[in-house]
Design a protein around this ligand. Structure first.
Ligand code: EPU
Length: 428
């Protein structure tokens, strides 16, 4: 078992290259199941969620190979089964969208209820209800959905909430449906737009992605294409806050300012300097103190829930009191209990975290509660006095590749060691 050992206090500086987006790649990989041929995807991140999905694909007869470290060739022409390996599917959230993709190809599918980070109830009712409106029928037995449909039929679907996963799932299902599908009150995340662009590059007819209404005119079949995964806005945001909290100066190569705008707007309010430059974004903090700010998570283009733990961590050392409101996931404050071990002054009241900034966090052993909560603890460790030991790294590994190497490249004192080795005094 490995843990991270971080000695805080170094200002980060230099350049970090932002890799491909986990959530974009997962959605597009599932979309690629619709293509009866070879899809080539560039800028694919190599984290455990991606490997897990590729493993599921292998069980279904989809072949893949990496042409370079980040270029993936996927051949879904030999898709042989509409059954999915339940144990693997249960390990992640994005795998659930395989249901609609397989039903579009075979007319039937069986997919287990998905897993993913333990950040809230995360039901799949919007997915199932939307697919039903496209003509599908389902039974749920022992935690597995069995679905069937002759051919999806276009319909108008008004989502109860602009769910990212549901919007992507319904887009995939409706791409080869008979007739026109309209999805109203849909999600507008960059990953939704990029999935639409990928499917369109394969011959789909999707309009309106990025607005509250998407219109999909069903086509008979898709053709192979080559396509690029977006730079990861969550990784960009994590390094941006890491630069800011350490009073550093970091260039985020490939980061797209527009995709990170809701986070950057709040960081600017906190007194951080952020500039779009050619090929990326520069993040600097020259002021001694960080200004307190309030923010509330909302569907895109509101403040992204995934960045809530990361930015809240910066506010734990701000010069005053901030209020953070989490409206998307009821369980996304678990990292605050770990931050409290480092001395943070955070009070949870319902969906609000009231954060009173302190002068200095103090390194301590802490446990990653989930993916972004784990990354937040690493960010805290970068500025804490003494050594912070972060365990349960499997959460972080789901979405941050080369995390330690990248932070070390920026000057952080961080190592990943097996627990015995790390426990030696001053071994880091
Ligand atoms: N929801 C329902 N029923 C549904 C679907 C969603 O009630 O059928 C609720 C959820 O419980 C949540 C809200 O709707 O309260 C929004 O969920 P959404 O469907 O938008 O989230 P998701 O598609 O399951 C993706 C990302 C998450 C990210 C959210 C919100 C992937 C694989 N996951 O999840 O990413 O937090 O959108 O932006 O794309 C992460 O990367 O750390 C992560 C958790």
């Amino acid at each position: 078992m490995e843990n991270l050992y971080i000695r805080g206090g170094n200002a980060l500086s230099g350049e970090v290259e932002i890799g491909g987006s986990k959530n974009d790649a997962l959605a597009i990989l599932v979309g690629a199941i619709l293509v009866p041929g070879i899809t080539v995807l560039r800028n694919v991140p190599v984290n455990t969620d991606i490997y897990n999905l590729l493993n599921i694909f292998q069980h279904m007869g989809v072949k893949y190979r990496f042409l370079t470290a980040t270029t993936l060739e996927l051949d879904a022409s030999q898709l042989t089964t509409s059954e999915t390996p339940h144990d693997l599917v249960r390990q992640m959230r994005a795998s659930f969208n395989i249901l609609g993709a397989l039903m579009a190809r075979f007319g039937h599918a069986e997919v287990a209820m998905p897993g993913g980070c333990n950040i809230g109830a995360r039901p799949v009712n919007f997915h199932i209800e939307g697919l039903r409106q496209l003509g599908a029928q389902f039974t749920l037995e022992h935690g597995v959905y069995y679905g069937k449909v002759d051919r999806f039929l276009g319909a108008t679907i008004n989502l109860e909430f602009p769910s990212a996963g549901t919007t992507q799932h319904l887009m995939i299902a409706a791409t080869c449906a008979f007739g026109t599908t309209i999805i109203e009150n849909c999600a507008a995340e960059p990953e939704v737009v990029n999935l639409a662009e990928f499917l369109n590059a394969c011959g789909a007819k999707i309009e309106g992605a990025g607005t509250p209404t998407i219109v999909i005119e069903g086509v008979k079949t898709l053709h192979p294409t080559e396509f690029s995964i977006l730079p990861d806005r969550m990784q960009a945001g994590t390094y941006a806050v890491a630069a800011a909290i350490t009073r550093g100066d970091v260039f985020l190569k490939n980061a797209v300012y527009e995709h990170c705008r809701p986070l950057f707007a709040k960081m600017l309010d906190a007194g951080i300097q952020i500039d779009a430059e050619e090929g990326g974004v520069r993040v600097r903090r020259s002021a001694n103190s960080i200004l307190p700010i309030d923010f509330k998570t909302m569907p895109h283009p509101g403040f992204p829930t995934d960045m809530q733990p990361i930015l809240a961590t910066m506010l734990a050392v701000a010069d005053g009191t901030s209020v953070v409101t989490e409206t998307i996931y009821e369980n996304r404050f678990r990292y605050t209990m770990e931050l409290a071990k480092m001395g943070a002054d955070i009070r949870i009241s319902g969906r609000n975290a009231i954060i009173t900034g302190i002068k200095r966090l103090s390194g301590a052993p802490v446990v990653s509660p989930d993916l972004r909560g784990g990354a937040a603890l690493v960010v805290a460790g970068l500025v804490a006095e003494g050594t912070t030991e972060v365990s349960d790294l499997y959460h972080i590994d789901r979405g941050y590749e080369h995390f330690v190497e990248n932070l070390r490249g920026l000057g952080a004192d961080i190592r990943r060691l097996n627990v015995k080795e790390g426990s030696l005094p001053c071994s880091v």
